[in-house]
Design a protein around this ligand. Sequence first.
Ligand code: LLP
Length: 404
Amino acid sequence: MKYINKKLTIENIGFQKIANKFETPCYCYSYSKLEENINNFKKNFKSFSPLICFAVKSNTNVNLIREIKKFGLGADVVSIGELMMALKAGINPNKIVFSGVGKTSSEISFAIKKKILLINAESISEIKEINRIAKLKRKKVQVGIRLNPNTDAKTLSQISTGKKENKFGVNRKTFYEIIKYCKNSKNINLKCLSVHIGSQILNHRPYEKMLNVVNEIINKTNHEFEFIDLGGGMGIPYSEKNKKLNYKKYNKAILKFLKKRKVKIIFEPGRSIIGDTATLLTKVIYIKDSERKKFIILDAAMNDLMRPALYGAEHRTLPVNKSNKISKKTYEFVGPICESTDKFITLKKFQKLKEKDLVAICDVGAYGMSLSSNYNLRPKAVELLIKGSKINVIRKRQKHKNLI
Ligand code: LLP
């Protein structure tokens, strides 16, 4: 994304042109950014060529998953719906891992039927259920156990998953019990230890700590794991203030861990692959003056992008047509939804806006559209993939007739 003659563009196409043709609000994805992210991710860990399973929860658009698949990635899914979507996008079942604390019997059954690479179980009860279903089907099922390493990811508390108070994974004691259980089962093949300590992690140290815990635990068992699934969580800089994750140091810690060990590493990245590929293009409906600030009422709302309302997340917000006039008052960018949390960002300094102006909300590729809803009976926005000079509609704008 860059300004050309004061006009904001994506892959050299003006957002103004996109808005004229496709209307707003509108999700615009850059193919070249996606390609760059995947290539960089691979490059960062090329010395041990991991299996990279894209976390489908971050973006469930079948056309984007199809593009991601072309780079050889697999998928990390957390529901039967996501599993179906990954299969529809053509992802090889042998590259699919299934995580989540509450897989139902029918989800487990479907995953077994599709012969996916791993069901990563998160409790003794789940392992027993997998065993029961596998026995009924007379199958041997490949599973992983998700360990809760009790490691603080030093990220937002709402998206931290690796501490003992979080519902995810099992503690050491249960981990050893499950290994024993699996050894005695003819229908379970325990192949993987998995961990995922949280999301939007920008500091490599929590990963180092996590690896130390995993190392210690594996050394205490005499079980041969074929895979170690390190999850995802690699953060992206949402603002200039954010530091970038140091991939070199993370890579180094993994190489140290891999010394004397023959295991395949799996990653489950979502945000680091898709997060900064998309922009939410939106239009100012009204500007309302209050005493201290001006409300910039946009045609996008919390149903389109939930992250600010849910986590207080801030996304860079830019004018589509640049000018040098700065507003004297603070701007609060809000949506039309009847909730006070329907607000994107408050900015003290922003260029002067007028009604009908276009605004770009950045880095919304991950957990943007996938967290969107029809709240207030608002149809979901159109999704566009910009590839070279082509604009492809990869998901049509919902119509009211789809909802009513
Ligand atoms: N693997 C597992 C088991 C996960 O739970 C997650 C994310 C990922 C992989 C992918 O994490 P990533 O690489 O995208 O950080 N809605 C929140 C993020 C929730 C993440 C949930 N789990 C947000 O908008 O920031």
